[in-house]
Structure formats: C-alpha cells, structure tokens
Design a protein around this ligand. Structure first.
Ligand code: SF4
Length: 466
C-alpha cells in the first residue's frame, strides 16, 4: 500500500487564533506566560494533554508545575472512576486562592468529565472562578477559547459531542523522550453497560494510517524506543476509513518502519481480537509479547448484562490461540468485582477464569456506578463490604499466580528497555512486561540492554550480560 506521507495541517483558523493569543500575551505581559496542565485518568488523557501542551506552546506559553505561578491552569479530567471525579472537584477548588493572588489567571476544565452536562452545570453554578469548561469533542479549539477569554468573553462552556473526523496536525509536546503514546483512534461504539466512554468520547473515529506512520516515523527518527498505540478499542481500528485497513494491517505497517524500537498497544476488546491480529503480532518482531485483554468477568450471565458480546469460553479459546502462536506471550486484564446483580457463584467463575489464564498482572476494581450508564440503574443488592471480601479473595488468588509467573522468568536472558535509575540500580521492562531491576549506569536510560534474570526478591533482579 502506498501513502502520501504529507501530514494534514492543523486547522488554519485555530492557528490564526493561536497567533493572536501569542501577540496579546507578548503585548500585555512583561514575563513569559506560564501554563500548568494537570492530567487525571488513563493514557488516552495523558496523550490528549500532550496535544493540549502543544497548542499552548503554539500560543507562546511555557510550562510550570507550580500552580501558584501559572497564568493558565487546565485540568484534563477523567469520568471513568468516581474517585477521579472527586479529586478533580477537590483540585479545582484548591486553585481558587491562586487566582485571587495572580491577576489575569485563567482556569480551564476539559476532558471526559467536562463533556457531561451535569458536571458542566456544576462548574457553571458553583465554581464562578472557573473561566472555561469544554468537552473532548472540541479540545482542538483551545486557541479560540483562550483568545475569546483574553478579549473579553467572561466565561466559556462548550460540551458539544463532536463525531467529525479526527483533527490532525495538532502539535504534540511530549513529556518522555524515549517512550511515547500515539493515538490511532478515538471514541467507542461498544456501549458496555457500566462504561461512560461512548457518552463522553463519542463514536469511533480512526486516524488515517499515513498520519500514524508519519508520527511514529518522526518519533523513531528522534530517538523514541517504545511506541504505545492507543485507542479505547484498537481492534476496531479502520472502521469508517476509505482505505483497506484494520488494526492487524496497521501493526504490520508500523513494524515495517525502520529503526530499533518496540511497539505496544492498548486496549483490545476480546470480541474484536481476531486470528489475523494474533498472526500480525507473531510476525511483527517489534511488537511486544504482551496482550492486555480486558475480560471484566468470568460469568457468561454477567458478561451478557455487561454487553461484552463474548463468553468465557470464547475468551479462553482466544488466550489458547495466542499462546499456541506465541508461547512466550503474557496477558494482563481488567476485572470488575460486584457488578449489579452479580452473585458469589458468578464471582467464583471469575476466579476460575483467572486461574485458567494465569495473568501476569490484573487491574481490579470494585464496581462503582457512573451516572448516565444503564448499569447505574440496575438493582445492586450486594453490600460494599461483601464485594470487598470478594475483591480480597481475587487479589489473594492473583498474588500467588503473579509471583509464580514472575519466577518463571528466572534464568532467562531478556531485552530490557532501561526506564528508571536510582542509586546505581536501573529498572525497566522486558518484552513480556516483566519488570526487572539490575545494576547499571544512569546513561543507559532510554536504551535496550540484554539482562539475565537471576532471582526474585520483592521483584525480579538481574544482571546486564553485554
Ligand atoms: S469497549 Fe466497553 S469498556 Fe471499553 S471503552 Fe468501549 S464501552 Fe467502555
């Protein structure tokens, strides 16, 4: 397949707004204007914040983590967990005092929470010092919002859910220099009954493959060693595009980009995880031997009420297929404990599934209702205490499996991307996501090293073999 690799331009209209903001800030401020971007939630939000930072750079802002010194504070919020929402309200409340001290400070709230009508209304009515609240569908209009605020508009509220094609060309200001996120698609069409994502991120929209290839190529050429392809359900990548493309084909194309780097991706929905994708993983040497495949529950009855559209048997056959193609692959998953209507018998089936799959790691949550989802309206007779006991039971099973899985790595020599350094000790992950620490030099950060795994002591230990 041949592509035109010239990237689409970011909206000329928004670039013009950014230039006007730049001029206003230069004329009215004696010092360089500073912005703080506070991010809550998942990798998708982290990735969105990197584009928000890119737009702010275009407007002439530099960055600070000290909120009291910022001229512009933006909270990029998450609606997936109740806990994250409470933290957002707490954090936004805490910056009111800075606004009193710093003349002209602008406070903005964006992201999934801000997309919701009831949240936007709460900010409008109870947080009068918040200047702008806008949802995920209009993030690319940030320069316009800042311009309007600087030229007299008192407050801006925009939460129209935009299902237009992806806006390309927004500048990206990344935090990491050797690991980076590349969104491949936005939104979700699946409507799992517990999940708020389809309501706050809209319908599935894929980026054009040439845009993704260009972005990854640029990153690899500037030294990136790990590329994480991101989407709410990467397995449905390509739907709606004119090109003959799906996620399996995209993986092969990214794998063909020259350079020494590795590829991860998340999140995969089991119902869309095809043999074609598993074969692409097997054949693509840069794609890591790890698959995050959220199962959520082991009971078919609960999976059906969740609208997950697979059975435990189908899920297990996928795991088996992947293992037959890639014997060294590891799996991680998400599990919800105590979904409305779940009984202890249902929960026991989750435990059975976990024992069969033997995940290397699990992200487990006790169910918490999200306003506006069908599950929030379902009868939920099991108490929080009871769910807590189930949760502990699951953790005990998983802890034992996890330790055994980690110990299976002892004696292997693996290629590790050095990510962190502390007092002579480096740590990083192998292709199968095993986390290993070993002696080495700070300069090794961002490079690959072959490491022999020698022992397990509160984590895997090893030594560099080259
Ligand atoms: S696949 Fe289900 S859980 Fe995942 S984002 Fe879409 S609706 Fe939410």
């Amino acid at each position: 397949m041949q592509y035109d690799f010239s990237s689409n331009e970011y909206s000329p209209e928004q670039k013009a707004y950014a230039a006007r903001v730049y001029n206003i800030l230069r004329e009215t401020k004696s010092e360089t204007p500073l912005a703080a971007v506070v991010t809550f939630g998942c990798q998708q939000n982290v990735s969105d914040s990197q584009r928000i930072r890119g737009m702010l750079s275009l407007m002439g802002y530099e960055f600070t983590e000290d909120l009291s010194k910022a001229d512009f504070i933006i909270f990029n919020t998450c609606a997936v967990r109740e806990h994250a929402e409470d933290r957002v309200f707490g954090n936004v409340g805490a910056v009111k005092k800075y606004k009193r001290q710093r003349k002209g400070m602008i406070i903005a709230v964006c992201g999934c929470m801000a997309q919701q009508e009831h949240v936007s209304r709460r900010f409008k009515e109870s947080y009068p010092y918040v200047d702008m609240v806008f949802g995920t569908g209009v993030t690319h209009r940030l320069p316009e919002f800042v311009y309007k605020k600087l030229t007299g508009t008192k407050r801006i509220f925009e939460n129209e859910l935009n299902n237009d094609p992806v806006i390309e060309g927004i500048p990206v200001n990344r935090d990491d220099v050797f690991k980076g996120f590349v969104p491949v698609m936005y939104g979700c069409d699946n409507f799992c009954t517990y999940c708020i994502v389809p309501y706050v991120r809209g319908r599935e929209r894929s980026r054009k493959p040439q845009e993704i290839i260009k972005e990854v190529t640029d990153m690899v050429n500037s030294g990136y060693k790990e590329i994480m392809l991101l989407g709410q359900n990467v397995n449905s990548y390509g739907k709606g595009l004119d090109e003959d493309i799906n996620f399996a084909k995209l993986l092969r194309m990214v794998n063909d980009i020259p350079g020494d780097f590795r590829i991860r991706f998340m999140t995969s929905h089991p119902k869309d995880c095809t043999e074609e994708l598993l074969l692409a993983m097997r054949d693509s040497k840069k794609v890591e031997r790890h698959l995050h495949l959220p199962v959520q529950a082991g009971s078919d009855r609960i999976l059906k009420i969740m609208n997950r559209r697979y059975t435990a048997e189908k899920y297990l056959s996928l795991i088996e297929k992947a293992r037959s193609l890639m014997p060294d692959i590891t799996f991680t998953s998400d599990i919800i404990v105590g979904f409305p209507g779940e009984t202890y018998e249902d929960f026991k089936q989750t435990i059975e599934l976990v024992k069969k799959v033997r995940y290397s790691s699990l992200f487990t949550f006790i169910y918490s209702p999200r306003k506006g989802t069908p599950a929030a309206e379902m009868p939920d007779p099991v108490t929080r205490e009871e769910k807590g006991r189930w949760f502990s039971e699951l953790l005990a099973v998983q802890d034992k499996i996890q330790k055994e899985k980690e110990e299976e790595n002892i004696g292997k020599t693996v290629r590790v991307l050095c990510e962190e350094y502390d007092d002579g000790i480096l740590s990083g992950k192998a292709s199968n996501m095993a986390q290993i620490s070993f002696a080495g030099e700070k300069d090794f950060i961002g490079s690959f090293k072959n490491v022999k795994i020698t022992s397990y002591d509160h984590g895997l230990k090893g030594e560099i073999t080259e």
